[in-house]
Design a protein around this ligand. Structure first.
Ligand code: IMP
Ligand code: MG
Length: 180
């Protein structure tokens, strides 16, 4: 285990069990539809890469970059750091994210895809922190509900670090107490 991790929340096996379950559910629900999977950069890339391989349907794949307003105004508009390459009009869009926290960024993103004429827009989140929610957004597919602790690994970062850990763990509080 990494020295900065207090305890492991999900090991590699547990993550893959969740991915397989969600992939199976999505495969059943999207049969006959025009599925466009949209992974959210950067944290969502690992989960998206695993999830699409567990979806046994033809689908297209794209990524979007967004910046969230964690420390600033609550009403700030969506800032895209990378827009989609593919058009969403007429597509059944499935947004794939590592974790839903306040839900603000995702809500704006999903509204944007609706305005662009998507046939449907749903959300699949590996982790869900319902206690932190600031909007009425609910994920259509959730891997696991978690407490309001700071998690890293499998895409999740603290100050851009730890994304490459193969497990998801709780970061030791002294790490964010000592770093600027
Ligand atoms: P929100 O739901 O708009 O507040 O933003 C969710 C984003 O916040 C996620 O995509 C993560 O990038 C980040 N985030 C929320 N909770 C955690 C955590 O526990 N560890 C690492 N990143 C987190
Ligand atoms: Mg993120």
């Amino acid at each position: 285990m990494h020295q900065d991790i207090e305890r492991i929340l999900l090991d590699e096996q547990e993550i893959q069990t969740i991915v397989a379950r969600l992939g199976q559910q999505i495969t059943e629900d999207y049969r006959g539809k025009e599925l466009l999977v949209v992974g959210v950069l950067t944290g969502g890339v690992f989960f998206t890469a695993d999830l699409v391989r567990a979806i046994q349907l033809p689908c297209t794949l794209d990524f979007v970059g967004v910046s969230s307003y964690r420390n600033t105004t609550e009403s700030g508009e969506l800032v895209m750091t990378k827009d989609l390459t593919l058009p969403v009009a007429g597509k059944d869009v499935l947004v794939v994210e590592d974790i839903v926290d306040t839900g603000r960024t995702l809500r704006r993103l999903m509204e944007l895809f609706q305005r662009r004429g998507a046939a449907s827009v749903k959300l699949c989140a590996l982790l869900d922190k319902p206690a932190a929610r600031k909007t009425d957004i609910t994920a259509d597919y959730v891997g696991k509900q978690v407490a309001n602790e700071f998690l890293v690994g499998y895409g999740l970062d603290y100050a851009q670090q730890y994304r490459n850990l193969p497990v998801i763990g709780v970061l030791k509080p002294e790490i964010y107490d000592t770093k600027p």
